[in-house]
Design a protein around this ligand. Structure first.
Ligand code: FER
Length: 304
C-alpha cells in the first residue's frame, strides 16, 4: 500500500485552513472560506501581468457586427439521475455544414449555468473577438458544475454536500454532458478541439479535470482557482507528458485575491518542472472583472 502514506499526509494537511492543500469537501464551511480569502498575499517578482487590461469596449455590444446566440440545452445525467441544464453559445453564422471546436466554461461556487452570462458577458466578448478575427469561431458550453439532484444555486453555497458536487461533476462532464453536446451540435470531437476553463471553483475543476484528462482536453484555462484545486504534484505528476499534450495552459489570478496561493502553487510547480504556461496576475480581486478580462485573453489563444 505505497499510496497510503502520501494520502494520509494530505488528509492531515487539509485539516487546517492555513495550510495550503486541496480543501476536503466535507470540511468546506463559511469560516474556512473566510480564512482562505484572508490568506496573506505574497507576490513574487514573476507574479505580474502577461497582458494589459482589454480595450474599454471589449464587452460592449456592437450593432455593426454579426452576433452569436445563447441557447438552452438539456441532457440526462447518469451521475445525478436527473435531466440537467446548460447554456450553449453558438458563434455568429453557426451552421451544421461546419464543425466547431468547443470550450467548456465553468462557474464559481455560488453560480450555475447562468453565472458567466450574468456578470461577464462571454457572448459579447466572443462576438467582438470573432468579428475582429481575433478568436476562432467556437461553441462555448456553460454547464451547471454542481452535480447533484438539486443543483440550484440557492442557500449557503459552502455546504459540504454542495462542495462535493463540484467534484462529482467530473463524471457528469465526461460521461454525460460532452457526449450529449457532441450528439446535438456540429462539433469537432478530438482533444485538440476541446478546451476547459473556469473561474474559482470552476478554475479548480478546470485544473483537476483538464490536467487529469489531457486525453480529452488540450486547452486548459484556470481563472482565480479555488481551494478545490488539487496539489500541483497530483495535477502534473508527469510534467514531460503533460508538456507534450497541452496546447495551452493558462493560469490567472488577481493580486488582491487571497486565493492566489492556489494559483501560485500550480504556476511555480509548472515553472520548476518546465511545463509551458501563461501566468497572468492582474490587479483585481476575486471578481467578474478579472474573469471577463482573462476570458478575453484566453479565448484569443484557443484552438490555433
Ligand atoms: C473556499 C473558498 C472559496 C472554498 C471554495 C471557494 C472549497 C470558492 C469560491 C468561488 O467559487 O468563488 O474555502 O472551498
Amino acid at each position: 500500500m505505497k499510496r497510503s502514506i502520501p494520502l494520509l499526509a494530505l488528509g492531515l494537511l487539509a485539516a487546517t485552513a492555513t495550510t495550503l492543500a486541496q480543501e476536503n469537501p466535507e470540511q468546506v464551511s463559511d469560516e474556512r472560506a473566510r480564512a482562505n480569502f484572508a490568506r496573506p498575499i505574497e507576490l513574487a517578482a514573476d507574479d505580474v501581468r502577461a497582458f494589459p487590461e482589454p480595450p474599454e469596449a471589449f464587452r460592449t455590444v456592437r450593432a455593426d457586427i454579426a452576433h452569436g446566440q445563447v441557447v438552452p440545452f438539456e441532457y440526462d445525467s447518469t451521475v445525478t439521475g436527473t435531466r440537467r441544464k446548460a447554456n450553449v453559445y453558438l458563434p455568429p453564422g453557426y451552421s451544421a455544414e461546419k464543425k466547431y471546436p468547443v470550450l467548456y466554461l465553468l462557474h464559481g461556487i455560488g453560480g450555475d449555468e447562468n453565472e458567466w452570462l450574468s456578470f461577464a458577458s462571454p457572448a459579447v466578448i466572443l462576438d467582438n473577438l470573432i468579428a475582429d478575427g481575433k478568436a476562432v469561431p467556437m461553441i462555448v458550453v456553460l454547464p451547471n458544475g454542481r452535480a447533484m439532484a438539486d443543483d440550484r444555486a440557492i442557500g449557503n453555497p459552502f455546504e459540504p454536500e454542495k462542495a462535493a458536487a463540484f467534484g462529482k461533476f467530473e463524471g457528469d462532464l465526461l460521461d454525460c454532458l460532452i457526449p450529449a453536446i457532441e450528439a446535438k451540435f456540429s462539433v469537432l470531437t478530438d482533444r485538440a478541439h476541446r478546451g476547459i476553463a473556469g473561474l474559482s471553483m470552476g478554475g479548480g475543476q478546470t485544473f483537476n479535470f483538464g490536467l487529469g484528462h489531457l486525453d480529452t482536453f488540450a486547452w486548459v484555462g484556470a481563472f482565480s482557482a479555488a481551494p478545490n484545486t488539487k496539489p500541483p504534484a497530483l495535477l502534473l505528476p508527469d510534467p514531460a507528458a503533460a508538456t507534450k499534450q497541452l496546447k495551452l495552459l493558462y493560469i490567472s489570478c488577481g493580486n488582491k485575491d487571497g486565493l492566489i496561493n492556489f494559483s501560485q502553487a500550480v504556476h511555480r510547480y509548472a515553472k520548476e518542472h518546465g511545463v509551458p504556461h501563461i501566468w497572468n496576475v492582474d490587479d483585481h480581486n476575486h471578481d467578474p472583472n478579472t474573469w471577463a478580462s482573462n476570458l478575453y485573453h484566453f479565448s484569443q489563444r484557443l484552438f490555433r
